[in-house]
Design a protein. Structure first.
Length: 148
């Protein structure tokens, strides 16, 4: 499972860097709180209008890894999963994990394959192992469905 949203790391004000799609960087202070389901609601200090928020659409929020608490056993930060090779239980290479779509009940992992995008529901039944340091994800054989 992904690192839990209830952790204290997210909910104390902290400095972060906003990075625009063009590479512009801006230091900001961010305050967050839990939202419904898996959601986290955040506020960037000084961004007080819908227009100011809209101007930041597409910008990435970057937080120094040193301020993050380490994930517990079996938990992962999304950025640690990106670009990991994905294999099935027989050892066959399926592709590369390129995105995580967060959902209410389960997250969906998006795998780039030679045939297009594939999807795996990130559940204990489907995900056999994740080795971030060893750069390897193993999913149950047949757990991935290909997109149309």
């Amino acid at each position: 499972m992904l690192h839990h949203r209830e952790g204290e790391t997210l909910f104390s004000a902290r400095t972060a860097t906003l990075v625009s799609p063009a590479g512009e960087r801006r230091e900001v202070r961010i305050v967050a709180r839990p939202g419904a389901g898996k959601r986290v609601l955040g506020k960037i200090e000084g961004v007080d209008t819908p227009e100011a928020a809209a101007a930041l659409m597409g910008w990435a929020i970057v937080v120094d890894r040193a301020v993050l608490s380490p994930p517990a056993e079996g938990e992962f930060y999304i950025h640690d999963l990106m670009d990991l090779p994905v294999f099935d239980e027989s050892g066959a290479a399926l592709g590369t994990l390129i995105d995580v779509v967060t959902g209410q009940e389960r997250d969906i992992w998006v795998i780039q394959t030679d045939a297009g995008e594939g999807f795996v529901i990130a559940s204990p039944e489907n995900v056999r192992s994740v080795d971030v340091a060893g750069r390897r994800v193993v999913v149950a054989t047949g757990a991935m469905s290909l997109g149309e």
